[in-house]
Ligand binder design. Structure first.
Ligand code: SAH
Ligand code: SF4
Ligand code: F3S
Length: 484
């Protein structure tokens, strides 16, 4: 998370075919789009929707910001550092704009939504500010900038799900893809800016989700990850107005679809299509979902279940609406229904408002109890406008936050290594995603539990399933050989 990836890809033929309104008026050449994404997978997925919308307007993507006519930066506000990274990038683009004043620079995503037109005042280089629900409006906003104005649209919608837009897959390995199933978040975790930047929760039509999965499978993709801030609260009912609904082929038509039913619908697309999902919320994950996972072997045996803290008082202050005991009950249900091998990961926040040493140790003891395969671990960063910023004091000194974070990281590394060692001599089915990052002689993929597995290349190809016997490991990777 919060990693920096410049992700540009090849535009599908379908994308380039259509209208080409946005051409350079002097040369009639296609305009070039450079798009850079930060933050969570939802943002990366949105950049694929944005690219699709602009491809229909005749834009071609480029991986070189210096040759772009339009530079878009899809931003994250989750922690102060994420926003600082974006500001540094804007500074960098400022240099390019000095050489070529015709470049249009647009800020998209959560920081655009949070700061709105203030961003135009604070960052002179910015021509356009576009919130996550306003991407359909991009062609008009670009035209406004062409006419010499600066453009802002940060309207948050209660309906927009971009269900009918076929994303242009960026930076794709051709094997794994993300499918956005809902937008927004109706929880109000006191530390979190997402409800303000992404708006109200809404679920996408299940039939358009199934169609997207089918299309991906037919193009050779073998794994989809269903994305939402809280996938367990996915709910869709046929009463919702969907003008384009009549166009979709319907399987098993139902009037009401919850997350467990959606999972099943996607799993039934093809037994060779792996299905993953993220993120689950401890208050909402049901035994029903766990049982659906058990029934379908192609639904991966892995759950990302962020705890945030292991202490009930802190969880209450965070407004997570579950206690330590509730969380442990959910973990016990996962182990009972899906077994010890089920991969579990978490997000943890160190040094939340008023957290004592003892409460911090409760987080570590929860980690010991659950035995997470890995975690994303963060220092608490106060965000403007959140409940915590308004009501609680950010009173843990930076030095203590850092020390607590490093203790959490150290604990996780110890547990990850122990969990990986338990996999030695086991054989796992691995979906090959490509060449190993460390060596061209090795391939890498993941097992059902989401662990990265590396093995000698031989004649195997990406997109294939192979059985790998694990014979070595680090805290981050399993290493093995194909078991023939
Ligand atoms: N919807 C997901 C998480 C989205 S944000 C969920 O509910 O779990 C991803 C992670 O960023 C959160 O799980 C949390 O651990 C972290 N995070 C969010 N706000 C933060 C803040 N203000 N400071 C530090 N970490 C934060
Ligand atoms: Fe933020 Fe909580 Fe919503 Fe996750 S569930 S996005 S942490 S408010
Ligand atoms: Fe960041 Fe927005 Fe995602 S704040 S984590 S990009 S929803």
């Amino acid at each position: 998370m919060e990693k920096v990836i410049s992700d540009i890809g090849v535009i599908s033929e379908k994308g380039i075919e259509s209208v080409s309104a946005h051409r350079d008026s002097n040369t009639d050449r296609k305009r070039k789009l450079y798009i850079e994404s930060y933050g969570c997978q939802m943002n990366f997925s949105d950049s694929e929707i944005v690219t699709s919308i602009l491809a229909k307007e005749g834009y071609e993507t480029t991986s070189e910001a210096s040759e772009a006519d339009l530079i878009l930066i899809n931003t994250c506000s989750i922690r102060a550092k994420a926003e600082q990274t974006v500001r540094n990038r804007l500074n960098h683009f400022n240099g390019l704009k000095k050489n070529n004043p015709d470049i249009t620079v647009g800020v998209l995503g959560c920081m655009a939504e949070r700061l709105k037109s203030k961003l135009l005042e604070e960052e002179k280089i910015v021509d356009m500010v576009v919130g996550p629900d306003a991407y359909r409006n991009l062609p008009e906003l670009v035209s406004q900038v062409d006419e010499g104005q600066r453009a802002v649209n940060t309207f948050l919608s209660r309906e927009e799900t971009y269900a009918d837009i076929s994303p242009v897959r960026l930076n794709s390995n051709g094997v794994t893809a993300f499918i956005s199933i809902m937008r927004g978040c109706d929880n109000m975790c006191s530390f979190c800016v997402v409800p303000f930047t992404r708006g109200r929760e809404r679920s996408r039509d299940p039939y358009s989700i199934v169609n997207e999965a089918k299309e991906l499978f037919s193009k050779g993709f073998r794994e989809v990850t269903l994305l939402g801030q809280n996938v367990d609260s996915y709910k869709w009912s046929a009463n919702e107005t969907l003008p384009w609904k009549a166009q979709i082929e319907k399987i098993n038509e139902q009037d009401f679809v919850n997350f467990s039913q959606l999972l099943e619908m996607v799993a039934l697309v093809n037994p060779k299509l792996r299905v993953r999902f993220s993120t689950s919320h401890p208050k909402d994950i049901t035994d029903d979902v766990l049982n659906t996972m058990k029934r379908h072997t192609n639904i991966c045996n892995y759950i990302h279940l962020p705890a945030q803290s292991g202490n009930s008082r802190v969880l209450k202050l965070m407004n997570r609406t579950y206690s330590r005991a509730w969380y442990i009950n959910r973990i016990d249900a996962i182990r009972r229904i899906l077994g010890e091998d089920c991969g579990i990961s978490s997000d943890m926040i160190a040094g939340f408002c008023s957290e004592t040493e003892e409460e911090h140790r409760d987080t570590i003891s929860l980690m010991d109890y659950v035995q997470y395969d890995f975690s994303y671990m963060f220092i608490y960063s106060e965000r403007p406008g959140t409940l915590a910023e308004k009501k609680l004091e950010d009173d843990i000194p930076e030095k203590i936050k850092k020390r607590r974070l490093s203790e959490i990281i150290e604990k996780q590394q110890e547990i990850s290594l122990a969990r990986n060692k338990k996999d030695l001599n086991k054989v796992y089915e691995v979906l090959i995603e490509g060449t190993s990052k460390r060596s061209d002689d090795f391939l890498q993929g993941r097992n059902s539990a989401n662990k990265v597995v590396v093995f000698p290349k031989a004649a195997y190809k990406k997109g294939q399933y192979v059985n790998v016997r694990i014979n070595d490991c680090t805290s981050a990777t399993l290493i093995g050989e194909v078991d023939v």
